[in-house]
Design a protein around this ligand. Structure first.
Ligand code: GTP
Ligand code: MG
Length: 339
C-alpha cells in the first residue's frame, strides 16, 4: 500500500538547503532530517541504488514519454533507510517519489503511476509546478488515486478474504479570517484549544486525521483577503465543504456572506455537501441561557446569509464553539460518516 508521496524541486539538487520539499500525508522532513532527501538524490543521480530490489530495471533504462510539455523518466525502485521508495525525475528538474509498504512491489504500480501522472499534467489545465498550492493539490490527488488503485486492484488480486478498503475524505474548510478555522482543525487533530492564538494562516494548512479505515484530509484555507483567490485552487476533488462564520462578530457578516456567495457563484461545486459552522457561540451564549437563544439566532443567520437559496446540494448549519468543544463531536462524526 502506498504510504507517502513526495516531490523535490529546486535549481540545484546538490544544494539541499535550496530545495523545496513537498510531501503527503506525512512530512518527510519531520525531524529536520534531510538525510533521506540526500539519499534519494544520490540514488537518482549516479545510479547508486542501495539494496536495489530489481537491478534489471535500473535508472539507465530511462524511457521518455514525449507528451506535451511534461515528461517523466522511468521510475527507479530503491530501498532507502529501510523504506521502499519509487522515484522518477520530471523534466530533469524535479523528483517525484512514492513510498510503499515493505511488502509491496513498486513495479505493480508503474503503469498507474505513469498514466495518472500524464493524465493530470498534460491535459490542458495542468499544474505548472510554480504555485505551492497547485503542487500540494497535485500530490494529494495522485496519492489518493494511486492508493485507491492499490486498494481496488492490487490488494484484491492477492487477497481471497474480504478486506475493507480505506476511504479518503477531503474536507475543504474556508471562511474569512479570524473565524476559528485553524483552531477547529487543531481541536480535531490534537484535542487542544489555544486562546488568543493569533497566527493567521498563510498557506494551505493540510491536516490528516484517521479513524478506523477512514482518513480525513482537512484543507484549512487562509482567510485573509489577500489569500481568498487561492480558495479556488484548493477545492479540487473535495468531498465536503465547510464554511465557517464567527457568530460573535456580526459586523463582518456582510463581508462573510459576500465571500460565500462569490465563491459559490464563481466555482461550480454543486453536489458537494456544504456544512456551515457558526463558530464562537461561547461568546454569544451565556451558560445559563437555554438553547432556544441559539435556535433564534440560527434562523436569523440562515435568513441573513440567504442560505435557503442554496438549491444545488445539501447544506447543514451547526453552531460550534471550538473553545468549549460545543458540538465538536457531532461535527467530527458527521465528517467521518458523510460520503
Ligand atoms: N472565544 C472563542 N475564540 C475562538 C474560537 N475559535 C477560535 N477562537 C479564537 O479566534 C482567533 C482566530 O482563530 P484562528 O483559528 O486562527 O482563525 P482562522 O479562521 O484560522 O483565521 P485565518 O487563518 O486568518 O483565516 C484565535 O484567537 C482563536 O483562539 C471559539 O470557539 N471561541
Ligand atoms: Mg487559520
Amino acid at each position: 500500500m502506498l504510504s507517502n508521496i513526495f516531490l523535490l524541486k529546486g535549481k540545484n539538487f546538490h544544494d539541499l538547503n535550496s530545495l523545496d520539499v513537498y510531501s503527503y500525508p506525512d512530512d518527510i522532513l519531520k525531524n529536520g532530517n534531510r538525510d533521506f532527501v540526500k539519499k534519494v538524490i544520490i540514488g537518482h543521480d549516479q545510479g547508486v541504488i542501495e539494496n536495489s530490489r530489481n537491478d534489471q530495471d535500473s535508472s539507465n533504462q530511462k524511457i521518455k514519454h514525449e507528451l506535451n510539455h511534461f515528461t517523466m523518466d522511468c521510475p527507479v525502485p530503491q530501498v532507502i533507510d529501510d523504506l521502499n521508495v519509487y522515484t522518477s525525475c520530471i523534466n530533469s528538474k524535479m523528483i517525484i517519489g512514492l513510498i510503499f509498504n515493505k511488502d509491496d512491489n513498486p513495479h505493480d504500480y508503474k503503469e498507474i503511476f505513469e498514466d495518472l501522472f500524464y493524465e493530470m499534467l498534460n491535459n490542458g489545465k495542468c499544474c505548472k509546478f510554480e504555485d505551492e498550492m497547485e503542487i500540494e493539490n497535485f500530490l494529494i490527488t495522485l496519492f489518493i488515486d494511486i492508493r485507491r488503485y492499490g486498494d481496488e486492484f492490487i490488494e484484491k488480486a492477492s487477497e481471497i478474504s474480504f478486506k475493507p478498503t480505506g476511504i479518503f475524505i477531503k474536507v475543504f474548510l474556508f471562511g474569512i479570517d479570524d473565524v476559528g478555522k485553524t483552531s477547529f482543525v487543531r481541536r480535531i487533530k490534537t484535542g487542544e484549544f489555544i486562546d488568543n492564538y493569533l497566527t493567521p494562516t498563510r498557506k494551505f494548512n493540510i491536516e490528516h486525521v484517521q479513524k478506523q479505515n477512514r482518513y480525513l484530509a482537512i484543507w484549512d484555507m487562509p482567510g485573509q483577503r489577500a489569500f481568498r483567490e487561492k480558495w479556488f485552487k484548493g477545492i479540487q476533488d473535495s468531498n465536503i465543504i465547510i464554511y465557517m462564520i464567527d457568530v460573535a462578530n456580526q459586523l463582518r457578516f456582510e463581508e462573510s456572506k459576500r465571500e460565500l456567495w462569490n465563491f459559490m457563484n464563481k466555482h461550480d461545486s454543486s453536489g458537494i455537501p456544504l456544512i456551515i459552522l457558526g463558530n464562537k457561540t461561547d461568546l454569544i451564549k451565556k451558560p445559563e441561557e437555554q438553547d432556544n437563544t441559539l435556535i433564534r439566532t440560527k434562523q436569523e443567520i440562515i435568513d441573513f446569509f440567504e442560505l435557503d437559496r442554496i438549491n444545488d446540494r445539501d447544506y447543514f448549519f451547526y453552531f460550534t464553539s471550538v473553545k468549549t468543544n460545543y458540538n465538536m463531536n457531532k461535527i467530527i462524526n458527521t465528517l467521518f460518516n458523510t460520503v
